[in-house]
Design a protein around this ligand. Sequence first.
Ligand SMILES: [Zn+2]
Length: 400
Amino acid sequence: MSAAVLLRGGRVIDPSQGIDRVMDVAVRGGRIAALGEHLAAEPGAEVWDLAGKYVCPGLIDLHGHWYEGSAFGIDPLLCLNHGVTTAVDAGTAGFVNFAEFRRSRIETSPVRVLAFVNIAALGIPSNLTGELEDLRHARPAETAAVIQANLDVVLGVKVRQGTMVAGHGREVMQRTLAAARECRVPVMVHISRGAETTHILRQLRPGDIVTHCYQGRGDGLLEGGALLPEALAARHEGVLFDVGHGCGSFRWETARKAFEHFFLPDTISTDLHRYSVERWAIDLPTTMTKFLHLGMPLSDVIRKTTLEPARAMRRDHGLGTLRPGAPADVCVFDLEEGEFPLEDTHMKTETARRRIRPFRVLRAGEVIRPGSLSAPLRPLNGADREVLEFVERSAKEADG
Ligand SMILES: [Zn+2]
């Protein structure tokens, strides 16, 4: 059983309870025991003096790739180095390999891993071909059956729309929604160049999620500097918009234009995978720092990486909160001042004046020092290097 810890005197930001003030948090038996001012330390408890530091619920990353049976997947253990205690897999596996993902990683990782199941049979095995170039891979009945059997860890159905569906976008969307309807779960739709974005937005239902909302590669939410009316209508209906930074999906210029139209993200996520982790330092605190730099208040940045993803997952009763009784998933961080260069996926660098830097993490009460965990990345092969070269070329092309 994990030790008792008293987190004393940090500024606690917990949007789930409307808290943003200096107070103490007591942790016992892997759960939040109490919140309050001047809490007494129980005998044997570790006491952390956190004056000048910030305390928030363990961060939730709504979009990453954690199934290592895919060329994209990396070990979710990495997340604990970043203050992330819940990592969501965005459809790296499909109905064929989900059981193996569950057995090998979801059930064994010290990080809480939840997942979307891809509508494509094998998820996204590699970047050599698009996963839905052949429509026979999209099987709603089998996908729904796997989701039904794994509802304790599965959140919904994932689909990537763009060149990887090779013109089958509308049929793929129908099959994705059919699987989701059958299980009453949301869909998460990736939009990239080649997606029929306006058509997709018209199909989505309240609670469905659009990821890569600030991608600047074409077929995004903006056209000629204006937001698509379909994007506003979808948001009005309750469709959610997620960042999914990745290696091609965050452009300063796109985000700024969207912000001019008050189109802020519902959730801030990394889209960490073997390729994005290679070229961009896009751990969640860095991605959050980019949104601070864009002018979002700190409490909103925390809300969009704790409460809002928990709601999007329909898990807000126990996750993304410091409510007494909830699992003791906690992130303690510093807000450092200085000059911090931050690059978007189009090789444009801006310099932030503040950054979020994790100081201590609790995962179900276990104490973790950020940066102390080793999660080696698999070595890159020739095919991987081609992917990375392609990513850099496309970034430059989109800029030209
Ligand atoms: Zn992704």
